[in-house]
Design a binder for this molecule. Sequence first.
Ligand SMILES: Cc1ncc(COP(=O)(O)OP(=O)(O)O)c(N)n1
Ligand SMILES: Cc1nc(C(=O)O)sc1CCOP(=O)(O)O
Ligand SMILES: [Mg+2]
Length: 356
Amino acid sequence: MEEQYSPLAQPILYRILDANLDRTREGLRIIEEWCRFGLGSGELAEECKHLRQEIARWHTMTLRSYRNTTDDPGTELSHPQEEQRSGIEQLLQANFCRVQEALRVLEEYGKLYHPEMGKTFKQMRYQVYTLESRLLAHQRHQVLQNSYLYLVTSPGERLFAIVEAALQGGLTLVQYRDKNSTDEIRLKTAQKLCQLCHRYNALFLVNDRVDIALAVDADGVHLGQDDIPLELARQVLGPQRLIGRSTHSPEDLKRAIQEGADYIGVGPVYETPTKAGRPAAGLEYVRHAVKNSPIPWFAIGGIDMNNFDDVMATGCERVAVVRSIMNAEQPTLVTQYFLSQLNRVRNLKAYKVLPN
Ligand SMILES: Cc1ncc(COP(=O)(O)OP(=O)(O)O)c(N)n1
Ligand SMILES: Cc1nc(C(=O)O)sc1CCOP(=O)(O)O
Ligand SMILES: [Mg+2]
């Protein structure tokens, strides 16, 4: 790498560059390990590796030779937040932040070192922003793919306690549904629920309201047939957030898939007081979804422990419930029961005891 002399005292510049080259390489390595071992995504891991190699080309022996760790006051500095990570989400966020900050430093100080360095590191910073979005999207889709039980909430004094109990039972997908509260309450509740779900690495979606989903940084939104068009929601939310769509007929199902829904609701399987007035689409429509939906879908409407086996007998693998969990005396146990039964059916299919 050719060097250009700068007015800044050379050892200082070289130490700044060395420290930040190190920081970006380390941060990217941490992210890469998650892409590889956590997400099993060769493509994302390869991208991190490629970036690390690009950065390594700038990390010359000359720059490294100016390192002076013993006299660096920065090695002693640590923020309490660096000592603790609440989960993988926070760990990744902290490392993306660290990499992006260091790339910005390299972009600015690099201009004093080499005519190409500023431009190169600016480009890399944008590549890292894109990587962060892709990783987040990948992670969300993966959790969705592995979610077989979906809790759609109803308002009530025990809302947070019930959702937390269900999360403790292994729930990974939650939708906040509240038809009557003021927007002020909806926003506050959504914020709290979102934090709660993320603490358990579960996805959090908002019913109907794209604006609230965005405001609380939810993982996505659930739209009904009478809500805003999916295309518009996608424009607002971007490609990395999830969009679910209710469907009540084969035509709805086909359209939702064509419009790019990430998952669909299929129902009501049975008439239900939670959605009073909507006629049941029935098990026949569930059988149609079994054969025709290439994307994840959840049977919904009146599903409880008594009729669960009938629903599963159609070949359905995922269910969404409101009352079965929200009205349960022991939401953790009910969640565990549903999850174990859903698991059992999938295992029977995997071992060919049941047809796929
Ligand atoms: C998973 C899931 N499926 C269907 C619905 C119903 O949505 P919608 O038709 O928009 O009715 P409301 O829930 O808004 O009354 C859902 N919420 N979740
Ligand atoms: C919110 C909702 N949507 C439905 C649909 O078919 O689109 S059925 C439904 C209510 C589901 O509540 P419960 O589990 O209490 O019957
Ligand atoms: Mg709706």
